[in-house]
Design a protein around this ligand. Structure first.
Ligand SMILES: Cc1ncc(COP(=O)(O)O)c(C=O)c1O
Length: 390
C-alpha cells in the first residue's frame, strides 16, 4: 500500500496488521474464536447440524468403525492412495439419493465448488453468478479465469440477458438455498434459461440436501432438474449429514472431467475415512427416516412465525436458515452476546459475510428441537432485540 511506512530491514513485515485490526475494530468487524465445550448448556441455533445427526450413535459409530478399518487419514490424494471402497460406496449412494448419474467426493464443500467451476469453464468462457452466492462459489469464479457476470439476486431474466449472445463454455451458478437469508433460488426457471442458451447450471445445494424435497433429496430433485443434461450440483457433507466433506454430482462424463482436471480434487488429500463413513451412515439415516426433513422445516416455520409476531425482521425460510436483521454490526454482536448470556447460541453475520452489507443474526432450525426450545429461542431473541431492530 503506497501510504504505509516502509518496513525497516529486520522489522516485522506484518506490523501493518495492527493498524488493519484497529480499522476493523472501529467498524465492529473484529472476529473472535470461541472454542465450545463438548457438553454445553447453550441451546444451539447457530450450527448447521440441521437433522441432529452429527451425534447420532449410528453416525458416530460409523465414523469410529471407518477410522479403525481404514485409518485416521486417507493417506494420499484420491488419485493415489486416498480412494477407499468407502468413498466409492458413498459416491454411489449419494448420486442415487439425489437423482444424479455420478458423484465425486472431495474434502469439503468449498473444494467441491471450486472444482466444479474451475473444471467446467476456462479462460474465454462466461460464468453468470447470483449476487447472493456463497464465498466458495465466488472464489470458484475467480479461479476459473472465465469472465464473470454477477447478476441481481434470484433473477432468471437477468441470467438470460447475461447469457444472450455468448457461445463457448458458459455456466450459470447459484446457491439452491441462500446461506444468509435462507431463501430458495428459482431453479426451474434458471434451468430453462440455461437449456435455451446451451449453458450449464451449477447448483450449490449445501443447505438443500437433507432438508428440501421429497425425503430431503435436495433442491435440484425438488425442482425436477436432478439428473438433467447440463445440470451439476454440489453439496457439503458437513450440514444435514453432520460430517465433513463435499461432493459434486452430475452426468458421468462431467464427473470424469473433474477427476482428470479439477485441482482441488487432484492436489488435495482424500476425505478422511471417518468423515466418509459418518456421511454414509447419516445418508442412510435420512433415507430411513424421511420425517427428519419435515421436522426441520416445521421448526423453521415455527421460529419464523414467532419472530415475526414479535415484530422482528425475520426472513421467510425455504429450508432451515432464518436471518433477523440488526441495525448495525455492533448491534448484531451485542444482540448475539446477550442471547448467549441468556443460554441461546445464534450466529452473527456481518460484512463481508453478508452480500448487501446488512448485519444479521443467523438462526438455524434443527429437526430435534422441541416446541419448548423453539418458544424459548424466540422469547430470548425478542427480549434482547436492540432499538431499531423492529
Ligand atoms: C452455500 C454453501 N456452499 C458451500 C459451503 C462450504 O461447505 P464446506 O463447509 O463443506 O466447505 C457452505 C458452508 O459453509 C455453504 O454455506
Amino acid at each position: 500500500m503506497p501510504d504505509e511506512p516502509r518496513v525497516a530491514p529486520h522489522g516485522d513485515p506484518f506490523a501493518w496488521t495492527e493498524g488493519a485490526r484497529r480499522t476493523r475494530e472501529h467498524a465492529g468487524l473484529v472476529r473472535e474464536l470461541r472454542p465450545r465445550a463438548a457438553e454445553s448448556a447453550l441451546l444451539d441455533l447457530a450450527g448447521n447440524d440441521y437433522l441432529g445427526l452429527s451425534r447420532h450413535p449410528r453416525v458416530t459409530e460409523a465414523a469410529a468403525a471407518a477410522a479403525l478399518r481404514w485409518g485416521a487419514g486417507a493417506t494420499g490424494s484420491r488419485l493415489v492412495t486416498g480412494s477407499t471402497e468407502l468413498h466409492a460406496e458413498l459416491e454411489a449412494e449419494l448420486a442415487e439419493f439425489c437423482g444424479f448419474e455420478a458423484a465425486l467426493v472431495l474434502s469439503s464443500g468449498y473444494a467441491a465448488n471450486i472444482a466444479a467451476l474451475t473444471a467446467l469453464t476456462a479462460r474465454g468462457g462466461l460464468l453468470v453468478s447470483d449476487a447472493g452466492n456463497h464465498a466458495s462459489l465466488i472464489d470458484g469464479c475467480r479461479l476459473s479465469r472465465a469472465e464473470t457476470a454477477v447478476v441481481p439476486h434470484a433473477d432468471p431474466e437477468a441470467v438470460r440477458k447475461a447469457l444472450d449472445g455468448h457461445g463457448g463454455r458458459t455456466l450459470a451458478v447459484t446457491d439452491s438455498v441462500f446461506s444468509v437469508d435462507g431463501d430458495a433460488a428459482p431453479l426451474g426457471a434458471l434451468a430453462e434459461v440455461c437449456r435455451g442458451h446451451g449453458a450449464g447450471l451449477v447448483v450449490d445445494d449445501a443447505h438443500g440436501l437433507g432438508v428440501v424435497g421429497d425425503g430431503g433429496r435436495g433442491a435440484p430433485h425438488a425442482a425436477g432438474i436432478a439428473g438433467a443434461t447440463g445440470v451439476v450440483a454440489t453439496v457439503t457433507l458437513s450440514k444435514s449429514l453432520g460430517s465433513q466433506g463435499g461432493a459434486v454430482l452430475g452426468p458421468a462424463h462431467v464427473i470424469a472431467q473433474l477427476v482428470d482436471t479439477a485441482r482441488t480434487f487432484i492436489f488435495d488429500t482424500g476425505l478422511a475415512p471417518a468423515a466418509a463413513g459418518a456421511a454414509l451412515a447419516a445418508l442412510r439415516c435420512v433415507r430411513g427416516e424421511p420425517e427428519r426433513p419435515l421436522r426441520v422445516r416445521a421448526a423453521a416455520t415455527t421460529l419464523y412465525d414467532g419472530l415475526r409476531a414479535a415484530g422482528l425482521h425475520a426472513s421467510r425460510p425455504d429450508a432451515a436458515v432464518i436471518s433477523v436483521r440488526a441495525p448495525s454490526p455492533d448491534d448484531a454482536v451485542r444482540w448475539a452476546a446477550a442471547c448467549r448470556d441468556s443460554g441461546l447460541h445464534v450466529g452473527c453475520f456481518r460484512p463481508p459475510s453478508v452480500p448487501d452489507g446488512v448485519s444479521r443474526l443467523r438462526l438455524t432450525a434443527r429437526a430435534d428441537l422441541t416446541g419448548e426450545q423453539l418458544e424459548r429461542a424466540v422469547h430470548t431473541i425478542a427480549e434482547h432485540a436492540p432499538g431499531g431492530a423492529r
